[in-house]
Design a binder for this molecule. Structure first.
Ligand code: DAH
Length: 326
């Protein structure tokens, strides 16, 4: 009997000093499991005289019951402590916004192209594709650009060999289209163009849009009207615009359109009546047909649209910049 009492005290001590439920499991199997002292004792109970047997049996059962009890109490205590600790340690800020899927958006250049295309689509222009790798005939010669013109210089232009280059302007599309199509012509084209330049207003690759109309009785007023309407549409308000005489080898007269922005005139569109030499180069009868053409840099327009002061932002893939246009 004193063995049993000692045993119980020993178990009590072990239980109260155990730090986790795993230690409790070990104590349980050591003192109540198959090979425990108490199990062995129970198996030998028939050796005790009948007179004492029931008393000893009851005592063993009581000790078993008490051990189970203190283990389960301590287990509950440990579990409560673990829970409390995890509640204080793992605080959740339920006011934080949930995690959502990040949805991408269109690049501001892409959305500008979509907008511009929509405007001209409504005027019955068709959008035609061009080539980024061009030859000097389509990029220069047929457009009446003289052989010694600075834009042909390898300092400014990416030549791939003597004849082949990365196009410097989308105007080459005018040549390609007129080669295969007769008037009436009413096209626009968008695409990348390449020039050796890098600073806050120039990147070696940028986007241009080209437009060409060739038909009977086309005159400068048609051009002016469409350009005014287009700029008001693109900037979504009436802009102050200036038409300034200029020079391009492939138009006569040539005009540059400036737009008033923050008290400055900014040049945004090059245009003019298609030079008769260009039409003749492409076998279009200049006695019957005349045309106008225009070209613009998309980045330049988008910079004015959103007050962006450095063209290089468009190509840095900085999400902080791009996210603003979603
Ligand atoms: N290709 C010219 C440039 O890159 C822009 C231009 C000017 C296009 C006049 C035209 C035009 O179609 O008529 O600077």
């Amino acid at each position: 009997m004193s063995n049993i009492k000692n045993l119980f005290n020993k178990v009590k001590e072990k239980v109260s000093s155990s730090k986790n439920t795993y230690e409790l499991d070990l104590i349980y199997s050591k003192f109540l499991g198959k090979n425990s002292y108490l199990s062995k004792l129970t198996k030998k109970i028939h050796l005790i005289s009948l007179k004492d047997r029931s008393y000893v049996g009851k005592l063993i059962n009581k000790v078993k019951y008490d051990i189970t009890n203190i283990i389960s109490k301590h287990r509950a205590y440990l579990e409560k402590k673990t829970l409390e600790k995890s509640i204080t340690d793992e605080k959740i800020d339920i006011t934080l916004p949930g995690r959502t899927n990040r949805i991408g958006g269109l690049h501001p250049i892409t959305s500008a192209i979509i907008d511009i295309n929509y405007f001209f689509y409504k005027l019955n222009f068709i959008n035609v594709p061009g080539l980024e790798i061009e030859d000097s005939y389509h990029n220069f010669d047929a457009l009446n650009i003289p052989i010694n013109h600075p834009s042909r210089n390898p300092k400014d232009t990416f030549w791939l060999d003597k004849e082949i280059l990365l196009r410097t302007q989308t105007s080459s599309i005018q040549v390609r289209y007129m080669k295969h199509n007769k008037p009436p012509i009413r096209i626009i084209s968008f695409g990348k163009v390449y020039r050796k330049d890098y600073n806050i207003t120039h990147t070696p690759m940028f986007h241009q849009m080209e437009g060409l109309v060739v038909d009977r009785n086309i005159n400068l007023l048609h051009l002016k009207h469409i350009m005014c309407k287009f700029l008001n549409f693109f900037f979504n308000k009436k802009k102050i615009i200036r038409f300034r005489m200029s020079y391009f080898p492939f138009t006569e007269p040539s005009i540059e359109i400036d737009i008033m922005n923050n008290n400055n005139w900014l040049e945004v569109i090059g245009c003019g009546m298609v030079h008769p030499k260009v039409l003749k180069n492409l076998n279009i009868n200049t006695k019957i047909f005349s045309g106008f053409a225009f070209g613009l840099g998309i980045e330049r327009l988008v910079m004015i649209r959103y007050n962006i002061n450095d063209i290089r932002y468009f190509f840095k893939n900085d999400l902080r910049f791009l996210k603003q246009f979603k």
